[in-house]
Design a protein. Structure first.
Length: 129
């Protein structure tokens, strides 16, 4: 009778240990996924901010071809969000679709979990004329 209880206790403790380890692994995976999602959303925000600023002053860029530096506000560094540093690269070139259109490409890079991540966005901006 004593041996039967010892076997049941061993199985129950083993199941508890396996369950606890699976919970810890799942928590770590979910936490990494949340961090990557936050970083990706911040990259989208930065790219939209850059494109919106270019679009709002589109006539200034009429005929422009080349790189554009970050147009965000002066003051606190907006490219340092959630404890991450983002690099924003913007290039403008003539669009194939029309003379007054410019193709704006924004690449946002950051480091996440020891790897370099990058999001790339493209939009056509009507620069008038």
């Amino acid at each position: 009778m004593q041996k039967g209880f010892l076997l049941i206790e061993t199985v129950v403790v083993g199941l508890l240990l396996v369950t606890a380890s699976l919970v810890c692994v799942s928590y770590g995976m979910l936490n990494r996924q949340r961090e990557e999602s936050e970083a990706s959303h911040a990259a989208v925000y930065l790219a939209r901010e850059q494109i919106a600023r270019i679009s709002s002053d589109a006539e200034h860029y009429r005929g422009y071809t080349g790189d554009i530096s970050w147009l965000g506000t002066a003051g606190p560094d907006i490219k340092n969000l959630n404890g991450r540093v983002y690099e924003v690269y913007t290039a403008m070139k003539p669009a194939d679709e029309g003379n007054s259109l410019r193709e704006v490409t924004v690449r946002v890079r950051w480091s996440c979990a020891g790897r370099i991540r990058e999001e790339k966005f493209r939009k056509l901006v009507n620069c008038g004329g």
